[in-house]
Design a protein around this ligand. Sequence first.
Ligand SMILES: C[S@@+](CC[C@H](N)C(=O)[O-])C[C@H]1O[C@@H](n2cnc3c(N)ncnc32)[C@H](O)[C@@H]1O
Length: 216
Amino acid sequence: MTRAPNLQLDAAHFDAKARQWDENPVFRERALKIAEAIRRTVPLNRAMHALDYGCGTGLLSFPLKDELGFILMADSSAGMLAVANEKIAAQEVTNMATLQLDLMADPAPSRAFDLIITSMTLHHVPDADRILHIFHDLLTPGGHLCIADLDQEDGSFHGPEVDVHHGFDRGDLQKRTERAGFTDVCFETVFSIAKEHEAGTRDYPVFLMRARRAES
Ligand SMILES: C[S@@+](CC[C@H](N)C(=O)[O-])C[C@H]1O[C@@H](n2cnc3c(N)ncnc32)[C@H](O)[C@@H]1O
């Protein structure tokens, strides 16, 4: 898990992006593909309480809201959550709420969840092992964790100056996830992001990893 030094993509960075976030068709399509893959791999039902960590404006949560009992959308960016709250109000949604939360700094919510979903956020979290342990402790026994993120890349996705994980090697992430107490880890490629570079277009595959907290 290589991290490059320098530029931090902090909450202020995402605050500034929030108003235009949903205008990006790639972000919208990516979220729909991830939601489809979650439906395929987790038996969703209206009794489940879910946490969407690093929810942004809720692009992943909104397509799943009618198949779940409740979704807590958490993010460290107040700007992202402001947009998510406007969408909740505009659509008169009654089973979603938002919470400003950075699990690297803030106490974890006191309630447990049956499902944790997180899309394109893990590579922004400095200590991936720590967040995997926190996710584990936040899940009910048998609960599901679904992480969508970039496959390992050379740093060109964000640029070499940006301090994020350069995607994740699936085998390495599986071992780390199992070490955090999860079982039944599986991966699927769910999307690919095409980016223009000077040398031409490059594709960055996005995986969905599904894992379960052991029953006991
Ligand atoms: C690339 S965006 C993805 C947003 C959304 N999940 C989506 O797929 O459209 C990453 C999100 O993670 C949030 N984020 C980054 N670091 C975080 C942290 N430590 N805790 C909570 N949220 C974080 C950012 O504010 C941003 O909304």
